[in-house]
Design a protein around this ligand. Structure first.
Ligand code: FAD
Length: 315
């Protein structure tokens, strides 16, 4: 049953709201189901500067520390797909909407540009913040503009050029600005071909990724490598991890997924400390074999043991 609009829950568990299903709780969890509710919640947070706060979407890319987060978490997730087609054909969507629901709609209506997002868990806003994508394509490419909310609660529309998109990264990760709405320019495409491509991608994902309901994960733990790095033409972090013997590694109740060496699965009873220890072993194995330093793709929420001096929020 979806929570009622802008429900505030004191001393809430966070694990049930993450795809990893592990980690501690927060002092207050605020469910926001529209741009207006997010705006009101951010303004309320800004009025209490002593209480730390962060925003999450589906938390499909987040490892929550075992100690949890010592403040307020705003969760911006919409169960429907609030979308408008503007006069010039652009699509405007609210950023709490599901990314895969949007990708499915574009295929159904014969629009190119977002098919690469098929099957990626998470919200449209979370995908923009991390420039999510697959098969060499990413969400930033067809993005026309976004409506941002700063941490004081002031909204403005911004062009993508100002968001510093790079591979799996954007300036939003550092500014903390929130995407309220996004507009995409999606050229017309062949509906039949798009629907067929969608089925192909979903089948590929089913064969390579864990079933989230049975094997909780947050997707690829490390970023692929830039072609210019010491890795040369090889780019998939999973390939290096495989060669370095990561498949089969386990720490506590966390293990490397047997079909994809860049994915960590949290078995029942796993802790964030298990995941962190395992990820360190994986990275050390690649460093020892290839002299390559893997960079994390996922983000931490809260203070994780062994990351001293970092802020309480995302790092
Ligand atoms: C099985 C599986 C497969 C995956 N496959 C892929 C893949 O193929 N490609 C890929 O790129 N990723 C993949 N991921 C990772 C994840 O799905 C994406 O990173 C996703 O875009 C995260 O969205 P989210 O809503 O869950 O964000 P969260 O995990 O909740 O948050 C991630 C970051 O985004 C920020 N954020 C969230 N919402 C907003 C907003 N509205 N405005 C501004 N910032 C916001 C948060 O503050 C945080 O810093 C996969 C994950 C899983 C579990």
């Amino acid at each position: 049953m979806p929570p009622p609009p802008r429900q505030r829950v004191p001393e809430a568990a966070l694990a049930p709201w993450t795809t990893f299903r592990i980690g501690g709780g927060c002092r207050e969890l605020v469910h926001c189901a529209s741009p207006r509710e997010v705006t009101e919640a951010v303004r309320a947070c800004a009025a209490s500067p002593d209480v730390p706060w962060e925003l999450i979407g589906w938390a499909s890319n987040l490892l929550v520390a075992d100690a949890g987060f010592p403040g307020t978490i705003l969760r911006y997730v919409q169960d429907d797909l609030p979308l408008e087609i503007l006069e010039d054909g652009r699509i405007r969507v609210e950023a709490g909407a599901g990314l895969d629901a949007l990708a499915a709609w574009t295929a159904e209506t014969g629009r190119e540009g977002l098919i690469c997002c098929t099957g990626i868990p998470g919200t449209v806003g979370g995908a923009i913040a991390g420039n999510a994508g697959a098969f060499g394509e990413q969400i930033a490419t067809p993005l026309f503009r976004v409506e941002l909310l700063d941490r004081q609660g002031r909204a403005r529309w911004t062009a993508p050029e100002e968001l510093g998109f790079r591979y799996r990264d954007s300036g939003l990760k550092r500014s903390g600005d929130i995407v309220l709405r996004a507009e995409f320019a999606l050229p017309p495409g062949d509906r039949g071909a798009l629907l067929a491509r969608r089925e192909e991608i979903l089948a590929l994902r089913r064969s390579k990724h864990p079933d989230l309901a049975a094997e909780p994960t947050i997707g690829s733990f490390f970023k692929n490598l830039e072609p210019t790095s010491a890795a040369g033409p090889r780019q998939a972090a999973g390939w290096f991890l495989d060669q370095a013997g990561a498949r089969g590694m386990r720490e506590g109740r966390a293990r490397v997924f047997e079909r994809h060496a860049n994915i960590i699965v949290a078995d029942a009873g796993a802790t964030a400390a298990d995941v962190l220890a395992l990820s360190r072993r994986m990275a050390a194995a690649v460093q020892a074999c290839f002299g390559i330093e893997l960079e994390r793709e996922i983000r931490f929420l809260g203070r994780c043991e062994g990351l001293p001096g970092e802020p309480e929020g995302f790092h």
